[in-house]
Design a protein around this ligand. Structure first.
Ligand SMILES: *[C@@H]1O[C@H](CO)[C@@H](O)[C@H](O)[C@H]1NC(C)=O
Ligand SMILES: *[C@@H]1O[C@H](CO)[C@@H](O)[C@H](O)[C@H]1NC(C)=O
Ligand SMILES: *[C@@H]1O[C@H](CO)[C@@H](O)[C@H](O)[C@H]1NC(C)=O
Ligand SMILES: *[C@@H]1O[C@H](CO)[C@@H](O)[C@H](O)[C@H]1NC(C)=O
Ligand SMILES: *[C@@H]1O[C@H](CO)[C@@H](O)[C@H](O)[C@H]1NC(C)=O
Ligand SMILES: *[C@@H]1O[C@H](CO)[C@@H](O)[C@H](O)[C@H]1NC(C)=O
Ligand SMILES: *[C@@H]1O[C@H](CO)[C@@H](O)[C@H](O)[C@H]1NC(C)=O
Length: 435
């Protein structure tokens, strides 16, 4: 059983936040861009991340990870006058943090840093330190400060972690992380809780569209995140909602899993829906069952590898919603490589390696999420996640913002970005050297 604490910091800040919010009933749609970071795309890293995250829920050391194949980031401004950053969105962690100007460590060398002394609204919180460990054993250490956040048209006072020691391995273009976890563990003040307590949004929900990247062309994928509603121009049909399990935000029961024509048992299974991770993490028996259906799959001590092209699709069912991971996304194209077996790709369906623990909860990341429109709804005490098929012109009785024409809504065009060039070689050397 995990014990969740309502945060004393959040309670203390609520009054200040109420008066500091510049607008209420706001809807703000912000473009997402994608970066690649192949450094830790492997089952062992994912496993360690999983256990650290799970164990981090009831501790004061929340865990985060951006060490994945693909990172989805958004622009965030902090301070007065605003300083601009690019942060990874992560529905699997609670804190939002940025490297500070006095940061030491290789992780902050190339990132844009926040200067608290240059902001009239930056108020360091005493005893507000945090220490987040990463899958690689590296981490970030810093102090909390209350500060003005500007996210598109949304402006509010929240709590940011200012990192003073950063040994995380980031791409240079990622300056920090935006935790979109909902409940606060000890000492954390997640921005969703702040937005809710300050009634800043029209609806307490975020809608996310993660655009699919094309590994081979390094085109500029992105997507869009809407705070306060959903963007009907990004999906079709209705949104199907599933209630989260009581003690875990953004975790829902899995109702079905089909690979090709084969059903795999999901009795009693729950899954964390996590924008901050690339792949899927399932028990070894399930990974084996999935790959038994995939022609040519090869098991290694680094997990399953599959031919880079194929036709066996994977379908997850949540409630009555069925979302398909096409074969081309199960076979992580950025890992295409030559092995003794020929041209193989790492499979996105990973299982814990290098650990003896069994997993209690599956992890469903971007390999699934980029195939659907997803909604994280914290409007009532029972949080819920909604899914819809990608498309245009969906329906919603709640939180509809279209593509930005609604009053109070702001939409940015998705910037044309440079996706970090992916060196297949570095993936291979990490996969086989780091473990
Ligand atoms: C920072 O950028 C420089 C120049 O691109 C590069 O040589 C260096 O390795 C980078 N440092 C880190 C820690 O990534
Ligand atoms: C670094 O900055 C933070 C917040 O701006 C501050 O709390 C901390 O004392 C500073 N550390 C050093 C060594 O200056
Ligand atoms: C941060 O956490 C790690 C792992 O728990 C620990 O080894 C380290 O001493 C901590 N550092 C600080 C400054 O608390
Ligand atoms: C959406 O929901 C409405 C109301 O329940 C229903 O009438 C309609 O058929 C649904 N549309 C689709 C595409 O499922
Ligand atoms: C899967 O089912 C479809 C429809 O029933 C059938 O056409 C197809 O041959 C089946 N595929 C396999 C590999 O059994
Ligand atoms: C798998 O999905 C792809 C892409 O949606 C589709 O083209 C293909 O027909 C599907 N394969 C099967 C066997 O349904
Ligand atoms: C719309 O929002 C209200 C209040 O947040 C909620 O009670 C209702 O169930 C929502 N309706 C739908 C269809 O999601």
């Amino acid at each position: 059983m995990y014990i969740l604490h309502s945060s004393p910091l959040l309670l203390a800040l609520s009054a200040a936040v109420m008066t500091a919010v510049s607008a209420v009933n706001t809807v703000s749609t912000v473009p997402i861009k994608t970066l690649r970071n192949p450094k830790h795309l492997n089952a062992n890293s994912l496993t360690r991340r999983y256990f650290q995250k799970r164990d981090g829920v009831s501790s004061s050391s929340p865990l985060t990870n951006i060490e994945n194949d693909v990172i989805y980031t958004v622009p965030l401004q902090l301070g007065t006058p605003p300083q601009s950053f690019n942060v990874a969105i992560d529905t699997g962690s609670p804190i939002t943090w940025i490297s500070s100007s006095n940061c030491t460590g290789s992780g902050c060398d190339n990132s844009t840093r926040f200067d608290c002394s240059a902001s009239s609204t930056c108020k360091p919180i005493s005893n507000g330190g945090f220490n987040a460990s990463y899958v690689s054993g590296q981490g970030v250490i810093g102090n909390y400060a209350s500060e003005t956040f500007t996210l598109g048209s949304l402006k509010f006072t929240g709590v940011a972690g200012l990192v003073t020691e950063n040994d995380a391995q980031f791409p240079a273009d990622v300056d920090g992380l935006m935790g979109l976890w909902y409940y606060a563990a000890e000492g954390d003040v997640p921005i969703l809780n702040v937005l809710q307590s300050s009634a800043a949004l029209v609806n307490n929900m975020i809608g996310i569209w993660l655009e699919t990247s094309t590994a081979t062309t390094n085109t500029a994928p992105g997507g869009e995140i809407t705070f306060g509603g959903v963007d009907t121009s990004r999906y079709s049909g209705n949104i199907t909602y599933v209630d989260c399990v009581s003690d875990r935000p953004w975790t829902i029961p899995v109702s079905g899993l089909t690979v090709g024509n084969t059903s795999i048992s999901v009795t009693g299974v729950t899954a964390a829906i996590d924008t901050g991770t690339t792949a899927l993490l399932v028990p070894e028996t399930v990974a084996n069952a999935i790959h038994a259906v995939i022609p040519g799959a090869v098991n290694t001590d680094q997990g399953w590898f599959i031919p880079c092209s194929g036709n066996t699709n994977t379908t997850f069912q949540f409630g009555t919603f069925k979302g398909v991971i096409p074969y081309s996304m199960l076979a992580i194209q950025s890992t295409a490589q030559n092995t003794d077996q020929g041209n193989f790709c790492l499979s996105a369906a990973m299982y814990p390696t290098g650990e003896t623990e069994t997993i209690e909860q599956w992890l469903v990341g971007d390999a699934f999420l980029k195939n659907v429109y997803s909604v994280f709804d914290f409007s009532s005490s029972t949080t819920r996640i909604g899914f819809a098929q990608l498309g245009s012109g969906g329906t919603s009785s709640n939180g509809t913002v279209g593509s930005g024409s609604t009053a109070n809504a702001a939409t940015w065009t998705i910037p044309s970005t440079t996706v970090m060039a992916l060196q297949a070689l570095s993936v291979v050397s990490i996969l086989f050297a780091a473990l």
